[in-house]
Ligand binder design. Structure first.
Ligand code: CAA
Length: 286
């Protein structure tokens, strides 16, 4: 399967990342099947996509007709069997190895043998996910960044047994989605998170070391280092739980102390302060 043969994309998991990926797919003209575990969660994702497309209409970056057409390309399901017509399925479920492996084993049975299977994992091993299937050559990583509709990068991750064809098809789809894809191998954190996670953890340690407020730390890094958003705002956006989990996964693999999550954010995660999604993290959200 080459990128030009890919017409229908499945997205499993319509949380922040999955709904952003589904939005990109419908905007780029792909028929898109989105799967959530309940109709309510699926409809909530459709609502978020409709909202962001409406904002584009309001800002005259899209016409009403284009918005309607894009939304018309999105179908929702709770049934994985609905992926039987997909050419590419992108997984964006919970960031844990075993559920992902179980999902890939099931997807392999349900999708066409030539369909490509991609994971949006940010810190787990694509090779370990692919090993749950008997056709690991068609499994690749497609790692989008949060918020997926706005961040230009997608890392196309080659696992140990990924075929050239699958890697190139995923790269081509990344381009069609309007992204700037890069190719990399399946190493812990790939490219961006290998650098960004220890850097963010350094920032969070400075909170205590320099006894600086989150607001002032964010000002320091935006006004002094040119970051588009400060580290506390960014970790709140990504999700404190997601950041802790990614830090732990990298630390487990690389054993570098800077990778380990600072105790302060582990305590925040344990207290349910998850950032934007829970309404409270370093900051409070409406
Ligand atoms: N989905 C779709 N559209 C969205 C959106 C979302 N989640 N969030 C915002 N938008 C749309 C909105 O319509 C918004 O306009 P309105 O507020 O008028 O509705 C529009 O985008 C523009 O939003 P902003 O005005 O907030 O845009 P900005 O110019 O301030 O840039 C940004 C926003 C691109 C996010 C910028 O702040 C930025 O680059 N931040 C850094 C983000 C970053 O580093 N992400 C990587 C995180 S790490 C990661 O993802 C890896 C991992 O594996 C965990």
């Amino acid at each position: 399967m080459s990128a030009s043969g890919i017409r229908t994309i499945g997205v499993v998991g319509l949380g922040a990342m999955g709904s952003g990926i589904a939005q990109l797919a419908v905007e780029a003209g792909f028929d898109t099947v989105g799967r959530e575990v309940s109709d309510e969660l699926g409809e909530a994702a459709r609502g978020r996509i409709a909202h962001f497309l409406q904002r584009k209409v309001d800002k005259e970056r899209m016409t009403d007709d284009e918005r309607e057409a894009a939304l018309g390309r999105l179908s929702l399901t709770t049934d994985l069997a609905a992926f039987d017509g997909c050419d590419l399925v992108i997984e964006a479920i919970v960031e844990e190895l075993e559920p992902k492996r179980a999902l890939f084993a099931e997807l392999e049975r349900l999708v066409r043998p030539d369909a490509i299977l991609a994971t949006n994992t940010s810190a787990l091993s694509v090779t370990e996910i692919a090993a749950a299937t008997s056709t690991p050559e068609r499994v690749v990583g497609m790692h989008f960044f949060n918020p997926a509709p706005l961040m230009p990068l997608v890392e196309i991750v080659r696992a140990e047994l990924s075929s050239d064809e699958a890697v190139e098809a995923a790269y081509g789809v990344g381009e069609k989605l309007g992204k700037r894809p890069i190719r990399c191998h399946d190493t812990p954190g790939f490219v961006v998170n290998r650098v960004l996670i220890p850097l963010l953890n350094d920032c969070l340690r400075v909170l205590d070391e320099a006894r600086v407020t989150p607001e002032d730390l964010d000002t320091a890094m935006t006004a002094g280092a040119g970051w588009p958003m400060g580290p506390c705002t960014l970790v709140d956006l990504v999700g404190i739980d997601v950041h802790v989990h990614a830090s732990e996964a990298l630390y487990e693999k690389l054993r570098e102390p800077r990778m380990a999550p600072p105790p302060r954010i582990v305590a925040m995660r344990n207290a349910g302060l998850l950032g934007r999604k829970s309404g409270r993290g370093f900051y409070t959200y409406e």
